[in-house]
Design a binder for this molecule. Structure first.
Ligand code: PLP
Length: 384
C-alpha cells in the first residue's frame, strides 16, 4: 500500500521507535516517586519538557502532557468554562473549520455562546471579520487552528494572535497539523496551544497543551498532583520521550528545507490531476497550504466508490477528517467554505509525508486516471 493519509496519522519514525524502546527499557520508575529510579524518570520528563519548550519558544513549566490533542483541546474549553464569570455571559469565538474536538467541546461548555469565525471560499479565516467584531465585543477566548486537517490550508494565526493581543483577548491555536510539517518556532507565543505526537511521527495517545506562563489551569482530570496539579495521572515517560524524538527529527529535517522540494512534487501532482481528470479542482488552491496535503474535488462519483477502488489499487487515501469518515453529514469545513453537500461528497484528501516519494505521487496520479475511467463506466452502466 502507498500511504496518503498522514493527516489522519503518520507512521512512527525510526527515531521515535528507538527512543521509546530505549526509554521503556531504562526508565522504569514513576516520575513522582522519591527514589533514584523515580528520579531518573523525572529527569527524562524534565528534559522532554525543556526540549518541547525550546522548539515552541516558551517556558518548560508552561507545558502539560496529555493523552493527545482531543484531551488538550477539551482542557482549554473546560478551563474557560470554569474561569469565565458566568454572570458576564462571555462568548468563545472559534473558527468554523476547527476539528470536531474543539467544536464539540465549545458547544458542550458554551452552547449558544459559541460564535464561529467565518472563512473565505479558500478556507482561510476572515481576519477582517475578526478585527471588526473585536472592535465591538470581547469574547473570553479566540480559537483558530494553525493549519486545517482536511484542506491543509494554513491559517494566519500569527496575525490573529497579534489582533487578539491588541484587544487583550486570550488566543488559542490547535497546532496539530502544523507541527512536524512546518517549523514550530513562534508557536509558543500563543496563550494556549495543542499538539499530538502521532501526526508528526511520534506514538499515538500522547500530546500536550501549552498554557500561559504561571497561569492557573483548571484540570479536566482530577486525582494526583501531577503536572503541577493541572492534569492528574501518571505520565507515560517513554511515549513522551518518543514524541520529542520524533519532533526533534522532524525539526532537523525542516531546517534542511526538504519540505520545499516535497511541495514541488505535490504541485506537480496537482497539475497532473487537473490535466488528466478534467472537471477536478483543488480545494483552497489559492490559499497558502501545507506542502503535504491535497484536497481535491473529483469530477465524478461518490467518495466511497473512489476510496474502495483506490484501496484495491493499493492507495490509502481519505475523504477528509478521519474522525468524520462514515458520518452522514458532509464535512463542516467544506460547508463553511461554501461547498454544497453534493460537491463535498466528491472531495478526497491525499496527505503525504516525509516518506512519500515523487514516484508515489506519480503512481497516485496514474491510479486516479484509471479509477476515474472505472467510476465513469459504472456511472454510464447505471444510467443505461
Ligand atoms: N486537531 C486536529 C486539527 C486534528 O487533525 C486532530 C486529529 O485528527 C485532532 C485535533 C485530534 O487529535 P487526537 O485524535 O490525536 O486527539
Amino acid at each position: 500500500m502507498i500511504y496518503f493519509d498522514y493527516n489522519a496519522t503518520a507512521p512512527v519514525m525510526r527515531e521515535a521507535r528507538e527512543a521509546w524502546l530505549d526509554a521503556t527499557e531504562k526508565i522504569t520508575g514513576n516520575p513522582s516517586s522519591p527514589h533514584q529510579i523515580g528520579g531518573r524518570a523525572g529527569t527524562a520528563l524534565r528534559e522532554a519538557r525543556e526540549k518541547l519548550a525550546h522548539f515552541l519558544g516558551c517556558h518548560p513549566a508552561d507545558i502539560i502532557w496529555t493523552s493527545g490533542a482531543t484531551e488538550a483541546n477539551n482542557m482549554v474549553l473546560h478551563h474557560f468554562a470554569q474561569a469565565l464569570d458566568p454572570a458576564k455571559r462571555d462568548e468563545v469565538w472559534i473558527s468554523a473549520i476547527e476539528h470536531p474536538c474543539v467544536h464539540e467541546s465549545a458547544k458542550h461548555y458554551f452552547g449558544k455562546r459559541t460564535r464561529l469565525i467565518p472563512v473565505t471560499h479558500d478556507g482561510v479565516i476572515d481576519l477582517d471579520w475578526l478585527t471588526a467584531e473585536l472592535a465591538d465585543a470581547r469574547p473570553g477566548l479566540v480559537g483558530i487552528m494553525a493549519a486545517n486537517n482536511e484542506t491543509g490550508v494554513i491559517q494566519p494565526w500569527r496575525e490573529a494572535l497579534a489582533i487578539c493581543r491588541q484587544y487583550k483577548v486570550p488566543f488559542f491555536s490547535d497546532a496539530v497539523q502544523w507541527l512536524g510539517k512546518m517549523p514550530a518556532k513562534g508557536l509558543g507565543e500563543c496563550d494556549f496551544l495543542s499538539g499530538a505526537a502521532h501526526k508528526f511521527g511520534g506514538p499515538r495517545g500522547v500530546g500536550f497543551l501549552k498554557v500561559p506562563h504561571k497561569s492557573h489551569v483548571t484540570p479536566l482530570l482530577l486525582g494526583g498532583k501531577q503536572e503541577q496539579g493541572r492534569r492528574a495521572g501518571t505520565e507515560n515517560v517513554p511515549i513522551i520521550v518518543s514524541m520529542l524524538a520524533a519532533l526533534e527529527a522532524r525539526e532537523k529535517q525542516l531546517t534542511r528545507s526538504e519540505h520545499i522540494l516535497r511541495g514541488v512534487w505535490r504541485e506537480n501532482f496537482e497539475k497532473q490531476l487537473l490535466h488528466k481528470l478534467p472537471g477536478s479542482t483543488v480545494v483552497g488552491a489559492a490559499a497558502p497550504r501545507l506542502w503535504n496535503t491535497v484536497s481535491a474535488l473529483m469530477p465524478d462519483g461518490g467518495q466511497q466508490r473512489w476510496l474502495t477502488k483506490l484501496d484495491k489499487a493499493g492507495f490509502a487515501v481519505s475523504t477528509g477528517s478521519a474522525c468524520t469518515t462514515g458520518k452522514e453529514e458532509p464535512s463542516h469545513v467544506l460547508a463553511a467554505m461554501g461547498f454544497k453537500p453534493a460537491e463535498a461528497y466528491r472531495v478526497l484528501r491525499f496527505s503525504s509525508g516525509w516518506e512519500t516519494t515523487e514516484a508515489d505521487w506519480d503512481a497516485l496520479a496514474n491510479a486516479l486516471t484509471k479509477v476515474h475511467a472505472e467510476v465513469r463506466h459504472a456511472k454510464a452502466q447505471a444510467i443505461a
